[in-house]
Design a protein around this ligand. Structure first.
Ligand SMILES: [Zn+2]
Length: 277
């Protein structure tokens, strides 16, 4: 069953990657992803593939983590006997409340209950980030290090409780389908984070870094997103707004010229005024 659960998680990541690539309309990546999804589906036992398809029609996510005895999608507290069965992973376990497939995750990333943004009402990009989450010069030289650096920033500024589970969840996501999108952009992310709202940190690397071993061009604008389980459709709107703005070289250039978080925040807010509502 562990193999099947891993395949289901991988399948879901590919489906999310496919939705993301549709925002970019990168035809070559679309075909690759569709092929990988078909291969994984064919590899699953028929009854499990049927459950997956049925749940997908109800709306993603299909497979979610159980942490501390709770379903991370709907928050329902699960019976102790079922938690045991989820950990043992000998049979497919589903949440009795939301029907989703469950797998065990020891330490889920959590957003901090003292999210600094809760204090004020906001519009535009300020709903999703803050001047405190702008990093004008990343020290990182790789996607991996950039993810660690931005996770530490999110924790240091009080947006997440602990940077390690966040960074490792983002790196697992990268392993299944890299998030370097071309145009110098990379949008690593972690889905299903408990508590808080949709949040991103932004790191710049004017000279560029090799985001993943297969990346064809360097990335220099890196948005690291923390996505709560309930924010899937919201997230795609934010993602497409950021991509629409920053696939333009002039917009990226204006951002990369910024040398302080304050300047970055001002430029980001101005450039996304029309694309992020
Ligand atoms: Zn549930």
């Amino acid at each position: 069953m562990n193999k099947i659960l891993n395949e289901l998680i991988q399948l879901q990541e590919l489906e999310f990657a496919l939705m993301e690539q549709r925002q970019l309309v990168d035809e070559s990546r679309l075909a690759d992803l569709e092929k990988s999804i078909a291969t994984l589906m064919a590899d699953l036992p028929d009854n499990i593939a049927a459950v997956y398809s049925r749940l997908k029609r109800q709306g993603p996510p299909v497979i979610v983590a159980e942490t501390d005895g709770r379903c991370s999608a709907c928050g329902m507290s699960l019976p102790t006997s079922q938690v045991g069965a989820i950990i043992a992973a000998e049979s497919l376990q589903r949440c009795q409340n939301c029907n989703r497939i469950l797998y065990h995750l020891e330490a889920a990333p959590r957003q901090s209950p003292s999210d600094p943004r809760q204090k004020r009402a906001q519009a535009g990009v300020a709903r999703f980030s803050s001047v405190d989450l702008m990093l004008p010069r990343l020290e990182a030289d790789s996607g991996r290090d950039a993810i660690v650096e931005l996770s530490e920033l999110l924790a240091a500024q009080g947006f997440v409780e602990n940077p390690e589970p966040l960074a490792s969840a983002a790196l697992r996501r990268e392993a299944s389908a890299p998030t370097a999108l071309g145009h110098g952009l990379a949008i690593p992310h972690v889905r299903g984070v408990e508590g808080g709202g949709l949040t991103f940190a932004l790191g710049l690397k004017p000279d560029g870094l090799k985001f993943d071993p297969s990346a064809k061009e360097p990335a220099n604008v890196i948005f690291f997103m923390v996505i709560p389980a309930a924010a899937s459709s919201f997230y795609l709107r934010l993602l497409s707004g950021l991509i629409e703005t920053f696939r333009e070289e002039t917009a990226r250039g204006k951002l990369l010229d910024c040398e302080t978080p304050e300047k970055m925040w001002k430029v980001l807010s101005k450039l996304t005024a029309k694309t992020i509502h």
